[in-house]
Design a protein around this ligand. Sequence first.
Ligand SMILES: [Fe+2]
Length: 498
Amino acid sequence: MLTERHLQLMDGCGAQFVYIRKDGHSDYQGYILKRLENAALSRKIPLEDKIRLVYDAAEYVIRKASSDRPAESDIFLARQVIDSAALILTTQELSVENLCSFFSRDYQLSSHSVQVAMLGMSFCRHLNWERSAIADWGLGALLHDVGKGPLEDRMLVERFRLTVEEFEVMKKHTLVGQERLRGVGKLSVEQMSIILSHHESMDGSGYPEGLQGHGIHEFARIARIVDHYDTLVTKRPHKQALNPEQALRAMRKEAGSSFDEQILSSFMGFMGFGEAMNDKINGNRINIELGSELLVELVDGGIRFKSTLVGMKSGEYLIVRSPEAQQVRNQIYEGSKIIARCVHSGNIYGFRSKILCNVVHPAVRLLVLEYPRRVESVNIRKNPRVDCHLPAEIADHEQPVACVIADISLGGCKLLVKPSGIDDTFKPGVDRRIALQAPLLSIEGDERLTGVIRNIRADGDMIVLGVSFVELSENITGGLSRFIDSMLALLPLHLSRA
Ligand SMILES: [Fe+2]
């Protein structure tokens, strides 16, 4: 037993660290848990140390609750830890950057659960919730993946390489969690909604019940966002971690479909990316990222050239680079009308403008354009797939099967396979999950496209597989978008010349 006397002796020796034997870890955690509330209130303990104590204690508690059937005592301890966390987060000023600096970037079930709870509680404080409501939410969030306890470690970390069967088992963790916690620890209906419904989507495409919109409890809608965010910013063996901005950009694409639009918008503001995310052309506003490539066409003369957006003043002007070729530059005059187009993240944007000023200097040649009054955009996700002929391999079994991607979109692709290339180890069937490798899609790393076969038909001497993509990472989606954008850049301008 560690006493005051021991502490004085250690202080006298100038001891900086205390090492605890592995078999004494549970005693140590018991000691910490009993004193956690005092530590949270203490003025002597630095804020960073308090966060570390709460983080470690919460990880210890959630490991205990996930490794076996959670007992009353586990939930009691979890509640104590969360109450202390709520006390710290509501009485001390802690920036979200500072909080996240304690977080692990490698995915583990325990650290993920703690991070979702702590980040989400901090977000609830940002929403001006009462401390008791913050703690209520936090306990549900800490326990949200308790149903994953029985799953093998491999299934937890290799989420993007699961077979269809394994994925179906994994999806049951919400029901398993609910079952394990039923009647244990007096969890409220709201807290249970996090455990059961944190994978439900606003458009009804989530699981386990396919709930929609506000049919999903607010607690669960918040958990859906924080849970997904932490998943994106943590690393797994075959998935790189995204930085916060990349993660939020990816999530914004699913605002209204997967995530509650309003809560996501508040969350982005809380994370410090509220305004910075406003980077798309929107209605009569244009806020393309600087550095974006534009295709510019002179209305009189039909000359086209590639350019780059290098500056702008919202509502007043845009600055773009002049064309490289002297011959083209000779045909540009102040007052010339232009049509410009830009392909960005699966959308084509176009606007009409005129050249206000032609800046000619030996070191720099720029055009100043009138700020456009109206911007047209086309979401190519609603458009047909892009035809292509990309060599690929179905590569998730012993002998890879050579195939060709005949068309592709962000949602799926058409695969052509020669029957002679299929051996006994690969049996194509509807609903079979496959992993594809396609080197020409410029996807970074060795990540594979994962999809599910939706239909199979014979076409001449080929087998045609219709594949829907599933669980695509940001890296893959980025590679696909770049490929589709490059194909679309070959399409003619569609803006009217009137
Ligand atoms: Fe989950």
